[in-house]
Design a protein around this ligand. Structure first.
Ligand code: ADP
Ligand code: F6P
Length: 322
């Protein structure tokens, strides 16, 4: 490996910068030339490349977002787009690419590898929706951002004896809701992986009120539904004041937590080592605090297991009276 490149793709995630830093510095340490590709696969198709050095990644370890910017490219998904991307990599003599993104980006990495461009994937998404790794880069920061919001909303909802619904991201995955809900002591956690009827939600709220509880926090994963709809549905069934908040992009920004910086740094270094050792079409991840790598197709085919024990534990703890 003489020349490699790095790109970020899909939704940005805090910790992508720490991963870019690790990739760039590990490559240079090993005498490998490293290019940054701007705007994900869009930049790969357009040749939006620039050579990076040690100082290109100074002062970014703490920052959310991605200095390489990110994009979603429909063109790349077409056979013509893929061909353009492969040609561009060849023009720049790129032997390998480190791709930081989620499962969609990994599909792209798989296709590039099949065309002879060695790719290694780093899981960068707040959603924590990849089955092969315990955690994705960005998840911990997003959970902490939600937690910060829960603490603030709790103050006002207690003062008014209101029920608060906090809608969080995660696409089809309930992990952000589960972890933030547990850490924030939410009374009800609604995730796509576990069924919970409107009657069941209303019953729980009434029971809590009858027990003397002044307020309740419901964490709603976006994969289940919308906070404003649920607000209306609850208000139509029971005489309880409800307010919905959609946290939105606040979850994806801000300073990266230590856990995400360390994870990103470990994964970035391993990704370059894998390329250096001649590997292609693999993804890196973490299991039981050990950095692992596996075949990208195998990783994409793995079925995600929801942490039901954690959900049930959170449910039991939430039944405590204030
Ligand atoms: P994420 O990587 O966070 O899951 P997306 O699903 O939006 O985000 O995917 C990011 C980009 O990866 C897409 O815009 C597209 O360029 C590329 N991609 C997604 N799915 C495929 C696919 N099936 N084949 C090739 N490229 C894909
Ligand atoms: O995949 C990360 C994520 O933040 C999801 O949680 C969310 O559903 C989606 O991206 C939002 O995407 P966009 O940035 O296109 O609004």
């Amino acid at each position: 490996m003489k020349n490699i490149a790095v790109l970020t793709s899909g939704g940005d995630a805090p910790g992508m910068n720490a991963a870019i830093r690790a990739v760039v510095r590990t490559a240079i340490h090993n005498g490998i030339r490293i290019y940054g590709i701007r705007k994900g696969y869009k930049g790969l198709i357009n040749g939006d490349f620039f050579e990076m050095d040690m100082s290109s990644v100074s002062d970014i370890i703490h920052r959310g977002g991605t200095i390489l910017q990110t994009a979603r490219s429909e063109e790349f998904k077409t056979p013509e787009g893929l061909k353009k991307a492969v040609n561009m990599a060849r023009i720049f003599n790129i032997d390998g690419i480190v791709i930081i993104g989620g499962d969609g980006s990994f599909m792209g990495a798989k296709k590039l590898t099949e065309q002879g461009i060695a790719c290694i994937g780093i899981p960068g998404t707040i959603d924590n929706d990849l089955a092969y790794t315990d955690y994705t880069v960005g998840f911990d920061t997003a959970v902490n951002n939600v937690l910060d919001a829960i603490n603030k909303i709790r103050d006002t909802s207690t003062s008014h004896e209101r029920v608060s619904i906090i809608e969080v991201m995660g696409r089809h995955c309930g992990d952000i809701a589960l972890y933030a809900g547990m850490a924030g002591g939410a009374e009800i956690i609604l995730v796509p992986e576990m069924e919970c009827s409107l009657d069941c939600i209303c019953r729980t709220l009434i029971q809590r009120r009858n027990m003397g509880k002044l307020h309740s926090i419901i964490i709603l994963a976006e994969g289940v539904g919308n906070a404003k709809d649920l607000e209306k549905q609850i208000a139509e069934k029971v005489d309880i004041e409800v307010r919905g908040t959609i946290l939105g992009y606040i979850q994806r920004g801000g300073n990266t937590t230590a856990a995400d910086r360390i994870l990103a740094s470990r994964l970035g270094a391993r990704a370059v080592d894998l390329l250096k050792e001649g590997n292609a079409g693999r993804v890196v991840g973490i299991r039981d605090n050990r950095i692992i790598d596996m075949d990208i197709t195998e990783a994409l085919n793995m079925e995600r297991k929801f942490q039901k024990e954690l959900y049930e534990a959170a449910e039991i703890l939430a039944s405590n009276m204030k």
